[in-house]
Design a protein. Structure first.
Ligand code: NAP
Length: 305
C-alpha cells in the first residue's frame, strides 16, 4: 500500500504545532490537519502569563501565530480539513476526510478539547447573551452586568478579564471554594467588580431579545434567585475533541485518550498530545512537552518499521 506521509498530526493548537516543528526539523514528511484556524483554544485566551519566556505575558493570538509561523517556516504543511474517521487496524494508518483518505506511517492526535455545555439555553441564546469566549464577546458587555459560571482557571481568569468591560460580574460556582490557581483567586477576590455566588448552580436564562435574567439555585438551601444580567459566560470544564475516534484508540471514562510515557496510545505508531490526552494538567507548557515527546517517538517508530 502506498503511503502519503511519515506522520500526520490532527489539530493545530500548541500541541499540534509543536509536534509539527519537531517533525519538520527531523525532516519527516509531515502533514498537519486543522478543521478551523491554527491556534486552538489559546486563540480565545486573552492573556497568557505562565508560558516561560514571556515575562510580560503574551496574548493567546500572538503566541499561536508565532508558533504557526515557526512551524511553517520550517516547512510544515498545514491543510484545512476535518477528519471524519480513522482506520488504524493495519501498519499503514488511514485518515478519512470528506474528499479523500490520507495514508501515513504514524499519527499524532492533538485535537484538543472544547468547552462543556450546561443545557441552560446555550442553543437559544448563543450569540444573544450566552458565550464561552470572553476575548471574543466581552466588548459587547461594556458597562453591563454579566454572570460567569465555574470555579476553575478558565472561569476565574476570564471573569477578571470581563471586568475590563462589564460594570459587574457575578461569578457563580457550585462549591464554596475555587479550583483555580491561587494567584488567580487572589486577583479575583481583590477585584471589587466581581461578586461571588457560592454553592450555586445556574438553572436557566431568559429574556425577550437577549438575556435579561439568569436563574440561580443555592445548592445548600435550594433557594432560587434571579440575577438581572445581560450576559452569561459558561466555563465549567472541557470535553475532548474526539468525534472522529469511534473507539480507534483507548480512552478514559471521560473520553480523553490514554497514553504511555512515550505518548503512544493503545495503537502502536499512534500518539497523542495536549488537552485531548488523559493528563493531570492541561497547560500550554504541558501540551508542547507532550508534543515534543510524541514527535520524537513517532520518528523513532518509523525508523524501526
Ligand atoms: P476545570 O479546571 O475542569 O474547571 C471546571 C470548573 O467548572 C470547576 O470549578 C468545576 O467545579 C466547575 N464545573 C464543572 N462541571 C460543572 C457543572 N456541571 N455545573 C457547574 N459547575 C461545573 O476547567 P477549566 O477551568 O476550563 O480548565 C481546563 C484546563 O485548562 C485545566 O487543566 C486548567 O488548569 C487549564 N487552564 C489553565 C489556565 C491557566 O493556567 N491560566 C487557564 C485556563 C485553563 P468544581 O471545582 O466543583 O469541580
Amino acid at each position: 500500500m502506498t503511503v502519503d506521509y511519515d506522520l500526520v498530526i490532527i489539530g493545530a493548537g500548541p500541541a499540534g504545532l509543536t509536534a509539527g516543528i519537531y517533525a519538520a526539523r527531523a525532516r519527516m514528511k509531515v502533514l498537519l490537519l486543522e478543521k478551523a484556524v491554527p491556534g486552538g483554544q489559546i486563540l480565545v485566551t486573552d492573556w497568557i502569563e505562565n508560558y516561560p519566556g514571556f515575562p510580560e505575558g503574551i496574548s493567546g493570538y500572538d503566541l499561536a501565530e508565532k508558533m504557526r509561523v515557526q512551524a511553517e517556516d520550517l516547512g510544515l504543511e498545514i491543510q484545512t480539513a476535518q477528519v471524519h474517521s480513522l482506520n488504524l487496524s493495519a501498519d499503514v494508518k488511514e485518515i478519512v476526510l470528506k474528499e479523500k483518505t490520507i495514508r501515513t506511517k504514524s499519527l499524532i492526535i492533538a485535537s484538543g478539547a472544547s468547552p462543556k455545555k450546561l443545557g441552560i439555553g446555550e442553543d437559544k441564546y448563543m450569540g444573544k447573551g450566552i458565550s464561552f469566549c470572553a476575548t471574543c464577546d466581552a466588548p459587547f458587555f461594556r458597562d453591563k452586568t454579566v454572570v460567569a459560571i465555574g470555579g476553575g482557571d478558565t472561569a476565574v481568569q476570564e471573569a477578571i478579564f470581563l471586568t475590563k468591560f462589564a460594570k459587574k460580574v457575578f461569578l457563580v460556582h457550585r462549591r464554596d471554594e475555587l479550583r483555580a490557581a491561587k494567584i488567580l483567586q487572589e486577583r479575583a477576590f481583590a477585584n471589587d467588580k466581581i461578586e461571588f455566588v457560592w454553592d450555586s448552580a445556574v438553572t436557566g436564562v431568559d429574556g425577550l431579545f437577549g438575556i435579561e435574567n439568569v436563574h440561580v439555585k443555592n445548592l445548600k438551601t435550594n433557594k432560587e434567585t434571579t440575577l438581572k444580567a445581560d450576559g452569561c459566560f459558561i466555563w465549567v470544564g472541557i470535553l475532548p475533541n474526539t468525534e472522529f475516534l469511534n473507539g480507534a484508540v483507548k480512552t478514559d471514562e471521560f473520553g480523553f485518550i490514554v497514553a504511555d510515557a512515550k505518548m503512544q496510545t493503545s495503537v502502536p505508531g499512534v500518539y497523542v498530545a495536549g488537552d485531548v490526552r488523559d493528563t493531570p494538567l492541561r497547560q500550554i507548557s504541558t501540551a508542547v512537552g507532550d508534543a515534543a515527546i510524541a514527535a520524537v517517538c513517532a520518528e523513532h517508530y518509523i525508523e524501526n518499521l
